[in-house]
Design a protein. Structure first.
Length: 173
């Protein structure tokens, strides 16, 4: 739990204590700060266990911020409480299947594909929304989209996107 030792954590604690003092002094509202902090830590820990990412900034994770990045032929991006725009339009395919995975939880992601690149996109959504390049939408369940140049027996990009309580848009322009 490196998050508990970060500046973000202690900054949030100081702000909460200050807000508690102001609310108590001005409006007479009492907020149990210790219970609130303990509850927030439990929520953080639970989400970290479920999603498998921490709130630290790593190259494959977007948490509590907005990023734009150019993807490679294979990789993984996790989006948690943030927004990521992943541009896969300029990738160079390697022989075989080139896998790219995007997991979006309580956030938004945009995946840009080149329509000339052979691609197969498999999305799954639970309590979220996914808009595919052909205009179809997925709110709950799974769907597959293939680019016009896709051939199973040649090199192609395989994008696996999972969305939980969030939204993903896949563009082929």
């Amino acid at each position: 739990m490196n998050f508990a030792f970060s500046g973000l954590f202690w900054g949030a604690i100081v702000v909460l204590i200050g807000l508690t003092i102001i609310l108590n002094g001005v409006l007479g509202i009492r907020i149990p700060i210790i219970r609130l902090v303990f509850g927030l830590l439990l929520i953080y820990w639970g989400i970290s266990l479920l999603v498998g990412v921490s709130f630290r900034r790593t190259s494959g994770a977007t948490a509590f911020n907005e990023t734009e990045l150019k993807g490679e032929a294979s990789g993984k991006q996790d989006v948690l409480f943030g927004k990521a725009t992943i541009d896969l339009t300029g990738i160079q395919l390697k022989p075989g299947v080139n896998r790219y995975e995007v997991n979006t939880v309580f956030g938004a992601s945009v995946i840009r594909l080149n329509p000339a690149t052979p691609a197969k996109v498999v999305v799954s959504s639970a309590f979220g929304g996914v808009r595919m390049p052909d205009g179809s939408n997925v709110a709950f369940g799974e769907n597959t989209w293939r680019s016009p140049t896709f051939k199973e027996d040649s090199a192609y990009l395989f994008v696996k996107a999972a969305v939980v309580f969030g939204g993903t848009e896949i563009e082929a322009k």
